[in-house]
Design a protein around this ligand. Structure first.
Ligand code: C2E
Ligand code: CA
Ligand code: CA
Ligand code: CA
Length: 274
């Protein structure tokens, strides 16, 4: 990589050292973050493609550090996973989402769902399904929670994934396969996967208006989803042209900066629940 970009070797070593130091610092800080209540949920709206109605939101974790500021999930989620801290943090996210859905229902804001991202470490954690069950107990009524799991995580251990997903669906959770198209699911498994939704990865959506290949891939993914009885959701929709194409292709739901950015909960409620 260094040679490719023509960076002198010394600067490259320096860069590696800096990154390692940052990592160690973040790891230390992450351990305090839960107790210090530095984690926050942001919500990004999802829309029914045809009616443009809000169907719910994806919960996206944010870490607000007093000195470092807002740290990106791309940086801290892998650290949470490596340290195992993703398990208590993920549990917090699920509880928070369940509480929100319940509040919305009490306020008669019916039918909105919240989707929560679940990482490999959580999915493989002994007792994960039991934990999810107890979170739902506090909810009452329709669960209205979806679990998003990336295609590559599911495919790591297909037999185990299938059992867990089935158990989650039996509890009333919806299941979405995230970042679809970036992993290597075989059609054989896909047809048997206990899931409700395919989320087309944003890397494909980004190119549909320019690249015939991306357009063909997205078209076929939407058709595949429908053939398997799944809903198709496109994420990373940034341009009107992309939204237009996706509606023409009968994509079920749209999500992306064009329609709404991830927002703090109170701002999301003010903007989309009024
Ligand atoms: P993801 O699940 O694929 O989430 C979509 C990411 O794309 C989010 O990044 C979102 O802010 C961003 N995004 C949404 N619309 C657009 C758009 O129109 N254009 C572009 N360029 N990006 C868009 P974010 O919030 O930085 O999260 C990154 C990843 O971190 C997520 O990817 C997910 O894998 C992980 N993550 C976030 N929150 C959680 C969590 O609570 N638990 C776990 N396990 N992982 C999480
Ligand atoms: Ca996701
Ligand atoms: Ca995704
Ligand atoms: Ca992703």
């Amino acid at each position: 990589e260094a040679a490719e970009h023509g960076v002198p070797l010394l600067a490259y070593d320096d860069e590696i050292r800096k990154r390692a130091e940052r990592r160690i610092e973040l790891e230390r800080e992450l351990r305090h973050a839960i107790d210090a209540e530095q984690f926050e949920l942001f919500l990004q709206p999802k829309f029914e493609a045809r009616s443009q109605r809000v169907t719910g939101a994806e919960a996206l974790l944010r870490w607000r550090h007093p000195q470092l500021g807002l740290v990106s999930p791309a940086e801290f989620i892998p650290l949470l996973e490596d340290t195992g801290l993703i398990v208590p943090v993920g549990h917090w996210v699920l509880r928070r989402a369940a509480r929100l859905v319940r509040q919305w229902r009490k306020a008669a804001v019916g039918g909105l769902r919240i989707a929560v991202n679940v990482s490999a470490r959580e999915l493989r954690q002994h007792g994960f399904v039991r934990q999810c069950a107890s979170i739902l107990e506090g909810c009452g009524g329709e669960p209205c929670l979806d679990i998003e799991i990336t295609e590559s995580v599911l495919m790591e251990d297909i037999a185990h994934s299938m059992r867990i997903l089935q158990a989650l669906r039996d509890l009333g959770f919806g299941v979405a396969i995230d970042d679809f198209g970036t992993g290597y699911s075989s059609l054989n498994y896909l047809s048997r996967l206990p899931a409700d939704t395919l989320k087309i990865d944003q890397s494909f959506v980004a190119q549909i208006a320019q690249s015939p290949e991306s357009l063909a891939l997205v078209t076929n993914t939407i058709n595949l989803a429908h053939a398997l009885g799944l809903r198709a959701v496109a994420e990373g929709v940034e341009e009107e042209e992309q939204a237009k194409l996706l509606r023409l292709l009968r994509c079920d739901e749209l999500q992306g900066y064009l329609l709404g950015r991830p927002l703090p909960v109170d701002e999301f409620e003010r903007t989309f629940l009024a």
